[in-house]
Design a protein around this ligand. Structure first.
Ligand code: SF4
Ligand SMILES: [Zn+2]
Length: 339
């Protein structure tokens, strides 16, 4: 069921080609708290309007609805120049800059090589670190060396590994490449002297809460060999996805924040020197990771603080009446079939 459903959903969510000149504005931009080593800093985040992820056209990942924000065709050099100008006008010298495209910044069909270098030049005089996101096949010396040449700070290459388990990645997340391709790409990036970051997914569909936590912990233990930082992203329900289809039929609940707390506390013990963070999207909301509603702000605050300070020991002291319900429901999740 999942294969054909995923294909239908993927094709449904790609918008028709946008008229010429309509990609002159960024999808979004904002600033957020971050850290570079022990130093707390502001990060400037921007989302470029591009054609989006090619994999979303082929099949698409089960939780990803980002193609809704895309153009349905490649952005022209002049449209990208206008977006870069907009970013340049808004940038206030934040030390950390993160750029996303709802796909791969290093895919020439999304952002042409000249525009990529032009964007980095905007931040080169002030930013200490520039993060870009890409699928592993585009992370090569050919795409990265020109960026290194124009940006004197650190370039951080982020990849959506999601899980280090090949079966979970292929069957449940519906990714196009196995984990090994991500590890090989990260090793290539590191050999160029650049930083690597992996995004891991908490609770792909078809996993129980406890299985999802175990998957993140196992994945961190493997990813630490290849990535300088790991960010744990709990699933939030995005429009037009397989996960939304299941959610609307009450066959999927976004992860409990207690699962995220457990995943972070247990991953902290196996991460080695890799930086471990989580900044959940839609935290505390029905379509995002949530608890009972009362304790959500406290738990989210503790997770952000732990991520910024890299101190996860304080997570153990979090509690609420809903924790017992979470534990009870988690125990019931696997069907109690007698052997
Ligand atoms: S999660 Fe990444 S690889 Fe998967 S469809 Fe979305 S943008 Fe593409
Ligand atoms: Zn609670």
């Amino acid at each position: 069921m999942a294969g054909s459903l995923a294909r239908t959903v993927a094709l449904d969510r790609r918008p028709p080609p946008a008229p010429a000149g309509s990609a002159r504005n960024l999808v979004n931009q904002w600033t957020e708290p971050e850290a570079i080593g022990p130093e707390h800093v502001r990060a400037y985040v921007l989302i470029l309007k591009t054609r989006g992820c090619y994999w979303a056209d082929v099949k698409g990942c089960s939780m990803c609805g980002y193609s809704r924000d895309t153009l349905g065709r490649s952005a022209t050099h002049s449209e990208l120049a206008s977006q870069i100008k907009q970013a340049s006008a808004s940038y206030r010298g934040e030390p950390y800059v993160k750029v996303y495209t709802s796909g791969s910044f290093l895919d020439d069909r999304e952002v042409d090589p000249e525009s990529r270098a032009d964007l980095l030049k905007v931040f080169a005089p002030q930013a200490k670190r520039f993060l870009l996101e890409t699928l592993p096949e585009f992370a090569t010396a050919e795409t990265l060396e020109p960026l290194k040449a124009v940006f004197p700070g650190e370039v951080e290459v982020a990849m959506g590994l999601e899980s280090a388990d090949p079966e979970i990645l292929r069957r449940f997340v519906n990714k196009g490449a196995p984990p090994q391709e991500y590890f090989d790409a990260a090793d290539r990036v590191r050999s160029l002297g650049l930083r690597t970051k992996a995004y891991l997914l908490l609770k792909p569909p078809y996993l129980t809460e406890k299985e999802a936590v175990a998957d993140v912990v196992r994945s961190v233990a493997v990813a630490r060999e290849h990535f300088d930082a790991v960010s744990v992203n709990p699933v939030h329900i995005q429009g037009g996805t397989v996960v939304e289809w299941l959610y609307q039929r009450r066959r999927y609940r976004p992860p409990w924040l207690w699962s995220l707390v457990d995943a972070m506390a247990r991953s902290a013990a196996v991460r080695g020197t890799t930086r471990l963070v989580t900044f959940p999207t839609a935290g505390g909301r029905p379509r995002g990771p949530h608890n009972c509603g009362t304790c959500d702000p406290t738990v989210l605050g503790a997770l952000e603080e732990a991520s910024l300070d890299q101190r996860f020991d304080r997570l153990a002291s979090l509690d609420c009446a809903c924790r017992a319900r979470y534990e009870r429901e988690s125990e019931l999740e696997p069907l109690g079939v007698e052997s």
